[in-house]
Design a protein around this ligand. Structure first.
Ligand SMILES: CC(C)(COP(=O)(O)OP(=O)(O)OC[C@H]1O[C@@H](n2cnc3c(N)ncnc32)[C@H](O)[C@@H]1OP(=O)(O)O)[C@@H](O)C(=O)NCCC(=O)NCCS
Length: 335
């Protein structure tokens, strides 16, 4: 049976930066409150670019770094909660066209909120080990600024825009070790964009009530996230007879430094094992994990064969963890 490896990583971050001091002029908040409660200092915001533009730039670089020709990519899957269009076409179809992938390439989006990248990994891994595909481009891309309510101080300070991409390829070297994904829809309303779907179709009323934006009961979500993530990480380590010392880098979804610290401390990860980007990017949902992997790859921390533990929690609720070795047979250093 073929195995799959994550053989390349890349990200794209839009230029414009919104600092906490910018928010002080927009809503009743302060840099001090935001840093203390979230660890976020700034986030990047796309102005003239769409979600597919961000995904295209990350995808282009991920393919280049994989060493494959574009014609060898036989599927592209995009995870996003801020797609170019609500229903169709998918953002993946638009990215495939932008990249000039093969006519007829399999292309579709998934919606798993902040756990999007872990779901993407599981899908790509399954497609490859089943023999259906050989080289799958996965992309987490978000223009969350298009669904953030900039009058709601409890959510607007949290989110940023960006994209991360990876090529998952058939390989027996540095294989993906394990992936767990999960969900529980019973508390879906705690983190939700209520409007513009079939429940509250787009209307004047929907827009007036700001139902097209992200609504979150932050405090409840925070507690559930910490408990669920700790359990998820313990379970995947246990299932693979591994301990925190066996992990080179712990790369959690970057939502809030206090959530990350709580999980890190429960699991006894050392500071140098943790990859943190929340201060400079904020929460970029499905893009946050590949953006963080890319940062640690570009600064030379992650190398061919590094063992990574990923974890994420998000709307749905969805959550998941993955353990993998980075790189593979055709791995080349940063290009
Ligand atoms: C959103 C979050 C930062 C809020 O922090 P918190 O410590 O839970 O704060 P609370 O929501 O309990 O609010 C405490 C107070 O701060 C206020 N507050 C909220 N946002 C504020 C802001 N930006 N600036 C200043 N005050 C703010 C609240 O109104 C509340 O005031 P009150 O006590 O007078 O009612 C935090 O709950 C969180 O990070 N939640 C999870 C986020 C997350 O991970 N979401 C996605 C999962 S992927």
């Amino acid at each position: 049976m073929p195995k799959a490896s994550l053989i390349s990583i890349a990200s794209y971050i839009p230029e414009k930066i919104l600092t906490n001091f910018d928010f002080e002029k927009m809503v009743e908040t302060s840099d001090e409150w935001i840093v203390k409660r979230t660890g976020i200092e700034q986030r990047h915001i796309a102005t003239n670019e769409t979600t597919s533009d961000l995904g295209t730039k990350a995808g282009e670089l991920a393919i280049k770094r994989s060493g494959f020709d574009k014609s060898q990519i036989d599927a592209i899957i995009c995870a996003t909660i801020s797609p170019d269009h609500l229903c169709m076409p998918s953002t993946a179809c638009k990215i495939a066209a932008n990249l000039g992938l093969n006519y007829g390439v399999t292309a579709f989006d998934i919606s798993a909120a902040c756990t999007g990248f872990i779901y993407l990994l599981e899908l790509a891994n399954s497609l490859i080990i089943s023999g259906a595909k050989k080289n799958v481009l996965i992309i987490g891309a978000e223009k969350l600024s298009s669904i953030v309510d900039y009058t709601d101080r409890s959510t607007c300070i949290l989110f940023g825009d960006g994209a991360g991409a990876a090529v998952i390829s058939s390989s027996n070297e540095n294989e993906i070790i394990d992936i767990h994904t999960a969900s529980d829809g019973k508390q879906a309303e705690l983190l939700i964009t209520p409007g513009c779907g079939s429940v509250f179709p787009a209307s004047e009323e929907t827009l007036k009530n700001r139902l097209n934006f992200i609504h979150m009961s932050g405090n409840e979500v925070f507690k559930i996230a910490v408990q669920t993530l700790s359990k998820s990480v313990i379970e995947i380590l246990h299932a693979n007879k591994m301990q925190s010392e066996d992990i080179d880098f712990f790369i959690p979804h970057q939502a809030n430094i206090r959530i990350i610290d709580a999980v890190k401390n429960r699991l006894n990860f050392k500071d140098e094992q943790c990859v943190l980007t929340v201060a400079k990017y904020g929460n970029t949902s499905s893009a946050s994990i590949p953006m963080a992997i890319n940062d640690a790859y570009e600064d030379g921390r992650i190398k061919n064969g590094s063992v990574l533990l990923l974890d994420a929690f998000g709307g749905g609720f969805t959550w998941g963890s993955a353990i993998l070795k980075f790189g593979g047979k055709n791995f080349s250093d940063l290009q």
